[in-house]
Design a protein around this ligand. Structure first.
Ligand code: FNR
Length: 185
């Protein structure tokens, strides 16, 4: 079986390191995983007043894409030691309407990257905090905090020889996690 993985990238900028990381992981993924970036940049800030039966088109599109996926991958920078607002907004949109979360029970993983030394640790664990509440079984190991990430990818997004084995190990281990947890617990 091939499992579809909805990939959420926490940075909106074109030259994003994290977008390159997401695309590199899609390339390295074994045949059992199909990684697809689900865009989050067009989601209006979450507002219960505009949600419900006439929710904005991007909310509907985003929730449908999540629901169609077997698994989740969060790839994100850290902003002020926490989750970038676009990523938090996407988590909030996907979690609603109440009782209809698009995340519930889907296996997930988190990887963060930063030019700084801490590799986005704060964002990584802020995302994990949300996923505990949203009942997403997250892969625990290997933890993935990519520090010094400004030099890990070339212009075309190709990962350096140094980081490549770790990315391979991460995505291969995640494939096993998805196989074990997809389709509910
Ligand atoms: C940052 N950056 C940052 N880096 C970090 O390691 N810890 C942090 O707390 C922050 N805080 C922060 C706040 C804001 C508002 C911005 C715009 C940036 C730097 C950040 O890691 C860097 O810009 C990355 O390149 C962003 O990731 P992408 O866009 O390259 O994927």
């Amino acid at each position: 079986k091939v499992y579809t993985v909805a990939v959420l990238v926490g940075s909106l900028r074109k030259a994003s390191i994290n977008r390159k990381l997401a695309l590199a992981l899609a390339d390295l993924a074994p045949e059992s995983l199909k990684l697809e970036i689900v865009e989050i940049g067009d989601l209006p800030l979450y507002d219960e007043d505009i949600d419900g039966p006439s929710a904005p088109g991007p909310y509907v599109r985003f929730r449908d894409q999540l629901k169609a996926a077997d698994a989740l991958l969060f790839v994100s920078p850290e902003y002020n030691r926490s989750i970038p607002a676009p990523m938090k907004n996407a988590i909030d949109v996907g979690s609603r309407p109440y009782g209809q979360s698009a995340f519930s029970g889907k296996p997930g993983a988190v990887i963060t990257a930063s030019p700084g030394a801490l590799g986005g640790f704060g964002a990584n664990h802020s995302i994990r905090q949300c996923m505990v509440f949203l009942d997403v079984p997250l892969m625990q190991q290997p933890e993935a905090y990519l520090g010094g990430a400004a030099t890990l990818f070339d212009e075309e997004g190709k990962p350096s020889e140094g980081v490549r084995p770790f990315l391979q190990k991460f995505i291969d281990t995640y494939a096993g996690w998805v196989e074990r947890h997809a389709g509910g617990r």
